[in-house]
Design a protein around this ligand. Structure first.
Ligand code: MN
Length: 143
């Protein structure tokens, strides 16, 4: 058993990977023989990941706020606390907060044989981000 006390600083999501302000708190990093990594991530309103994919896939679990996510070629989807999103291995996607609300999710993903958990791409443009549905047209019970 190992207890890590709550004395670790949050890290700020680097601009190479995120748009806007993102705070990352590590839950676990892959430690052999486990390949699981997990983090709790706070996105300020308007903040989102760049386009990216995960070689072994990813599960996110929304815990607070209102978020958005999109897979390449699909519509922007609104996600609410309690929603779980599974991204398939290699599926190009992004996730983040909506423009007027923060969002918090737990992210769980595994490393591939080379130790990689993610492959980063281009930023989500304002046009791509701006195609999100209006919150008034979406609710936790309507989709
Ligand atoms: Mn992802």
């Amino acid at each position: 058993m190992q207890i890590t006390r709550n004395r670790t600083d949050s890290s700020i999501g680097p601009a190479d990977w995120f748009t806007g302000t993102v705070l990352i708190d590590t839950i676990t990093t892959q430690t052999a023989p486990s390949r699981v990594a997990a983090a709790n991530v706070h996105f300020m309103p308007g903040a989102r990941t760049h386009w990216h994919s995960h070689p072994v896939g990813q599960t996110i679990w929304v815990t607070e706020g209102v978020g958005l996510c999109q897979r390449r070629g699909g519509p922007v989807e609104v996600i609410w606390p309690g929603d779980r999103v599974v991204f398939a291995p290699g599926e190009d996607h992004w996730h983040g907060a909506c423009s007027t609300r923060f969002m918090v999710h737990v992210a769980i993903h595994e490393a591939d044989d080379s130790g990689s958990t993610v492959s980063w791409g281009a930023a989500v443009s304002d046009v791509e981000y701006g195609s999100a549905p209006r919150l008034e047209d979406s609710s936790p019970r309507s989709s």
